[in-house]
Design a protein around this ligand. Structure first.
Ligand SMILES: Cc1cc2nc3c(=O)[nH]c(=O)nc-3n(C[C@H](O)[C@H](O)[C@H](O)COP(=O)(O)OP(=O)(O)OC[C@H]3O[C@@H](n4cnc5c(N)ncnc54)[C@H](O)[C@@H]3O)c2cc1C
Length: 443
């Protein structure tokens, strides 16, 4: 399988500093420990807590925010990984918290099972992905954390606690940005494996926005990308199918994904950074390369994309019904102000869920994601665009850049005080806080 070559752990263990996937977040942890298993984890966590230290667990380092940074103790639980138990009848699968999604997908496939929905890539760990509310697209499908049936979290005494349905602890621990303890195992509800028919097709943006609701209702997974300064969207529709497999060939994937999309794309974006006034022209030129294509493959191979272009990203979760209007406002602002944003904006949807601080808590959600090449400045543009999102009660993705703090985040999440009550019970000493957690969840 084609995958990214970034390995957060290697970077961390070889040097004194640790850097995330985008290269934008760096820290110098006091200690970086890759534990060998649960026994060592309990010992390390218990000792650190008794010394008053702060403990952060890192997954694959794919968050754009400083969520996984630490200047104290940074833990790597990649050896607590793999399938622990399976019940094929109910579809319940227990996996170690450090399991990489790509490995989980392959293992589930072998068992005749699959994840019902996935995001753009499969490099994250399962614990890291659920902790920030990672999602795919699909009006009837909630984010990955909603699949959790049970979760085991190690507290500051080194004791593993299990949280089951019906408890506030489970609703809090499903999306908690690492703030409640170390997730050691997760029991997910998987579904029987299935194939997806994916159709990529350029469409007029006005048509997509006018028909957005219908397109989301008619397709199990619908999303689109649009370059600022253009009016053509690349739509992606994925639906379950009984058709025979028609995967993309290796050559096709190499030419399309590796060489053109990522390789040439990266060169073009670097050039865009130097010749900013050419960005609108480049964007219109790029839409000329959008073409219709389709494939039928096993679900996880259709969900996951190959991404080597490093970028920074902000993504907001909005009430579903305002998605198209807000996107228009964002595009208008970018064009009016001449913001140098050469990468496409991604628009997706999801069902609401009940995790206490999930971005999609209690409402069907439209997501709008703004990307900026890692060599280019993002902050002033993201800040201006965030103002539009805030006007419609938008909630930031915990793993993607934003400029909010606990004081103004609290009113946006109806489950905030229930979450904080669980946090006070499980981690009163704030052992599992870092600077980011303190900033967004409070001290
Ligand atoms: C190229 C790219 C594509 C992406 N696509 C999507 C997408 O389609 N949809 C989407 O929603 N997001 C997407 N993301 C964001 C990404 O899914 C999230 O940021 C996710 O949290 C990253 O997982 P990770 O394993 O790298 O965790 P990290 O970034 O390492 O950590 C994230 C958080 O989880 C905590 N954590 C990690 N492991 C544990 C543990 N065992 N116990 C307790 N806490 C833990 C960390 O402390 C931190 O707070 C994408 C990111 C990139 C770089």
């Amino acid at each position: 399988m084609i995958g990214e070559r970034f390995d957060a752990r290697r970077v961390g263990s070889e040097g004194r500093s640790w850097t995330n996937w985008s290269g934008h977040q760096t820290c110098r942890p006091g200690d970086f420990i890759r534990v060998s298993g649960l026994g060592e984890l309990a010992e390390v966590v218990g000792r650190a807590a008794s010394e008053g230290r702060q403990v952060t667990t890192v997954g694959s380092g794919h968050s754009f925010t400083p969520a996984a940074l630490s200047d104290d103790l940074l833990l790597d639980i990649s050896r607590i990984a793999g399938v622990i138990s399976v019940d094929r009848i109910s579809g319940l699968v227990e996996v170690g918290g450090g399991t990489i999604l790509a490995d989980l997908n392959r293992e589930l496939d072998r068992l005749g099972l699959a994840m019902p929905n996935l995001g753009d890539i499969d490099r994250q760990t399962i614990a890291g992905a659920v902790s920030t509310g990672t999602h795919g697209t699909g009006l009837a499908l909630p984010n990955i954390s909603a699949q959790i049936e049970r979760i085991e979290v190690m507290d500051s005494a080194g004791t593993v606690r299990e949280f089951s349905p019906g408890s506030d602890e489970l609703l809090a621990a499903r999306v908690a940005i690492g703030s409640l303890g170390v997730i050691t195992s997760i029991t997910l509800r998987a579904v029987p494996s299935f194939n997806l028919h994916r159709v990529d097709a350029p469409m007029d943006l006005d048509g997509v926005l006018g028909d957005f609701e219908r397109l989301c209702e008619e397709n199990e997974h619908f999303e689109f990308f649009v370059f600022p300064y253009t009016r053509t969207a690349l739509t992606l529709s994925r639906n379950r199918t009984g058709r025979p497999l028609a995967p993309r060939s290796k050559t096709d994937r190499f030419l399309g994904d590796v060489l053109i999309e990522n390789g040439l794309g990266d060169l073009a974006l670097r050039a865009a950074g130097k010749f900013r006034s050419a960005i609108p022209k480049m964007a219109r030129y790029s839409t000329g390369f959008m073409s219709q294509s389709e494939q039928v493959d096993v679900s996880h191979r259709v969900f996951a994309n190959y991404r080597t272009i490093r970028f920074n990203e902000m993504e907001y979760a909005l009430p579903a019904e305002v998605g198209p209007t807000v996107l228009e406002q964002v595009l208008t602002m970018i064009e009016r102000e001449g913001f140098p944003l050469p990468m496409p904006i991604e628009c997706r949807v999801s069902a609401g869920d009940d995790a206490l601080i999930s971005q999609a808590h209690g409402r069907p959600t439209a997501y709008i994601a703004i990307h900026q090449h890692r060599t280019m400045e993002y902050e002033p543009y993201f800040r201006e665009i965030e103002k539009i999102f805030r006007e419609v009660d938008g909630r930031p993705h915990w793993g993607k850049l934003h400029f909010r703090t606990a004081g103004n985040l609290a009113p946006a999440f109806p489950g905030w005080s229930d979450f904080q009550a669980v946090r006070d019970r499980l981690d009163p000493a704030r052992t599992f806080s870092n600077a980011y957690v303190t900033e967004v969840l409070g001290a």
